[in-house]
Design a protein around this ligand. Structure first.
Ligand code: TXA
Ligand code: MG
Length: 336
């Protein structure tokens, strides 16, 4: 497949006609990758089963893994869900556009391929002007998982999407680097207690205070045990594992630093190429923006082992980052 790449940093007369062409492609059942504030998405018309099947093919993704539906205005929620509860209204008003995905009971307009056969649907309104313009011009809700090949890190730069998706989709809109860098917080509001299925930039504290009630965190987020059956189907796949072995060193910062240096020396003396993921004095926001990009780079460099400094998961954003790092490391943690 011939893939068109549109370089769009801002909306102006030239880029507007390209966004229009991309929207037309979506309306006709084609595939368009586009930037969002979290990670790049790979979009198709969410109400067109044939188009959504194309996403699974392009990603090489298992077809029972449901896809997030992106909307361009809060009004668009109506056709997708059964009932707009008070909680849903509060969440949409407080956090959209933004990095929050809400799991709700679906309407019968949403096809099974989009939700992986579930009777719930995941929806969010992205906070990116190009994405919003694209969705509004397409005039349909857009199903979009992260625009990476299944098994590689979510893309946070246009170059990552081109690397994974060129030749597999109709159009790639290559825009600004994603300003958040990790995927949205996924919150299930279909049960009695709102539950976070995937941690992200929007924290349990923020959600709890907006809703005025307790919000739970799914226990399988940090620990992988056989009795923790994942409620979010995406959680059962190894999302991303680098080709290299990856070890997370967890403990007090100075000890971690020393242990990483010690291991690095041992490995290098054994002739191995070592890559480090240490965020040091960086804020967790900066770390989030950088994490996936660093992992991709280390894979490209062909390192044999990645040594990563663990983060404080009692901090909400630290938890979101550790969730991704633990998956990448196959839950291999060394405590010092
Ligand atoms: O930030 C994001 O959310 C990005 C951008 C592109 O919007 N998208 C993204 O999509 O990360 P994806 O497909 O890579 O992850 C979707 C997650 C998966 O863990 C999936 O299992 C979960 O959301 N999910 C989707 N629909 C669900 C549902 N009905 N019930 C439970 N979990 C669901
Ligand atoms: Mg993904």
């Amino acid at each position: 497949m011939d893939t068109k790449v549109f370089d769009i940093k801002e909306i102006n007369d030239d880029s507007f006609s390209e966004i229009k062409e991309a929207a037309e492609t979506l309306r006709k059942g084609g595939l368009v990758a586009f930037p969002t504030e979290t990670v790049y998405g790979l979009g198709a018309d969410a109400l067109n089963p044939q188009a959504v099947k194309g996403i699974y093919l392009a990603k090489g993704r298992p077809a029972d893994n449901p896809i997030i539906v992106h909307i361009g205005s809060k009004e668009d929620l109506k056709v997708l869900i059964k009932e707009k509860t008070k909680d849903i209204e509060i969440l949409a008003d407080s956090f959209w556009p933004g990095p929050l995905t809400i799991i709700m009971q679906k309407s019968n307009r949403v096809p099974d391929v989009t939700t992986g056969g579930l009777d719930t649907v995941a929806v969010r309104m992205p906070d990116n002007p190009v994405a919003l313009e694209l969705i509004r011009l397409a005039g349909c809700p857009i199903a979009a998982p992260s625009a990476n090949l299944s098994g590689s890190p979510s893309p946070t730069k246009g170059g990552h999407v081109i690397q994974d998706m060129k030749g597999r989709v109709d159009i790639i809109i290559s825009g600004e680097d994603c300003k958040i860098g990790i995927e949205s917080t996924v919150l299930d509001v279909t049960g009695p207690i709102p539950t976070i299925l995937r941690p992200g930039m929007i924290t349990p504290e923020q959600l709890g205070s907006a809703l005025g009630k307790r919000v739970e965190i799914d226990p399988s987020i940090l620990i992988e045990t056989s009795d923790n059956i994942p409620r979010s189907p995406g959680m059962k796949y190894i999302h991303y594992a680098p080709k290299a072995e990856m070890i997370i060193v967890q403990g007090k910062q100075d000890k971690v630093k020393r242990e990483i240096q010690r291991l690095k020396t041992i490995r290098e003396e054994a002739g191995e190429k070592v890559g480090l993921v240490e965020f040091g004095e960086k804020s967790y926001e900066e770390a989030a923006k950088d994490l996936f990009s660093r992992l991709r780079k280390l894979d490209d460099e062909g390192v044999d082992v990645i040594l990563a400094g663990g983060l404080d998961s009692s901090n909400s954003l630290g938890l979101a980052l550790m969730n991704r790092m633990l998956k990448a490391a196959g839950y291999k943690v060394l405590r010092v």
